[in-house]
Design a protein around this ligand. Structure first.
Ligand code: CA
Length: 366
């Protein structure tokens, strides 16, 4: 509570500074010297029941309003409410909405390199992903791609390392994966397809019914806290880990570039600050809530299972084969992939020395 109060107070301070700046400096935005009143809409890919992931969208909207003294308000909508959950980028590009909160890997059909903006199999953890995006050239690379869609993106959430999904029966070998109908998006879905899975993409709000009714044999969403809310444990018993296709996926806000360019500089700064806050806050929320949710699930009968080494090794091989093939076919993918791969090698080298050695001793079973 205390932190929230401090944040709110400093936000009021920021709004005051912005208003004073608008009155006295060269950044006056209206004839009266006031920053304009704006009302935007934000389409999202998420059901409102998920306070974690939809909460990221809500954080951006709440904080923009707080920091502008209510002058700039953005209303977030659930997936399917005004725009289908997996068509947020289309709506942002066309200007149907000014902005959206979604995952870039839902749009790999438009440009395969957009996968890196969220997560790719055997890629980066949340901490590494933030390092790449903010200080390793990643965000610059993504924004260059989004410019082709008249959009600009900012990281605005991360789930942390995900779980490996719910299965109706045990999966011990690659052979066990053959023919399974599984909900899994992004390049993870493409890799699973190479291992024989019939990979499908469904928005979060539609997974439970499909799994329960047998249209799916397996499904992944995020992790214990969200998956419990969606009820996935009631539709399948075996819960696999780790989510090797999403070690630290970023969610993002996408803004129509024409609408963005019309924003006063102060509002652009405030919007980016709000997105930054959402990026941190969502990860902290997931990390704080997942442990207790996992305990509840296991107490309720969920069976935890690790992916076998055989599956992990086959999946890793298939992942890098896929990246190399995509790189040979698509110049943008090649450019992003090669830069990302070099960054990954460097950050893995560092984290092996510090984080992994610590985790192996302090967190591993003794
Ligand atoms: Ca997922």
């Amino acid at each position: 509570m205390k932190r929230r109060t401090i944040l709110r107070n400093s936000a009021l301070g920021a709004a005051t500074v912005a208003a004073i700046g608008a009155c006295s400096g060269p950044s006056v935005q209206t004839a009266t010297g006031e920053l304009p009143t704006l009302r935007w809409r934000m389409a999202t890919s998420w059901p409102k029941s998920l306070d974690t992931i939809f909460g990221g969208a809500q954080t951006v909207c709440d904080r923009v309003s707080d920091m502008t003294g209510g002058r700039f308000t953005i209303t977030p909508f659930a997936g399917g409410e005004i725009v289908p959950g997996l068509q947020v980028l289309d709506a942002v590009q066309q200007g149907t909405v000014e902005c959206g909160h979604t995952a870039s890997y839902y749009y790999i059909g438009k440009n395969p390199a957009l996968a890196f903006g969220t997560a790719v199999p055997f890629g980066l953890t949340a901490q590494q992903q933030n390092a790449w995006l903010y200080h390793g050239g990643g965000l610059e690379a993504m924004q260059k791609i989004y410019a082709d869609f008249n959009a600009i993106d900012f990281p605005a959430g991360n789930t942390g390392t995900q779980m490996g999904g719910w299965f109706k029966r045990e999966i011990q070998s690659v052979a066990d994966l053959k023919g399974l109908k599984m909900r899994i998006p992004g390049l993870g879905g493409k890799v699973m397809a190479r291992l024989g899975v019939n990979a499908q993409v469904l928005p979060g709000g539609e997974i439970f019914l499909a799994l329960e009714r047998g249209a799916l044999d397996a499904a992944e969403w995020v992790g214990p806290y969200d998956d419990e809310k969606l009820g996935l444990h009631k539709a399948a018993k075996f819960y696999y880990y780790p989510g090797w296709w999403e070690p630290g996926p970023t969610l993002e806000v996408q803004v129509n570039k024409t609408a963005w360019s019309k924003l006063p500089k102060e509002y652009q700064e405030i919007f980016q600050t709000a997105a930054f806050e959402a990026n941190m806050n969502m990860l902290a929320k997931y990390d704080a809530k997942n442990g207790a949710a996992l305990k509840r699930l296991v107490a309720g009968g969920t069976q935890l299972r690790p992916y076998s080494r055989e599956i992990l090794q086959a999946a890793e091989r298939a992942s890098f084969d896929l990246y190399e093939e995509d790189a040979s076919k698509d110049a943008t993918f090649k450019q992003v992939y090669e830069q990302w791969k070099a960054f990954r090698a460097q950050v893995y080298g560092w984290d092996k020395v510090n984080q992994l050695s610590f985790a192996n001793f302090a967190m591993a079973d003794k």
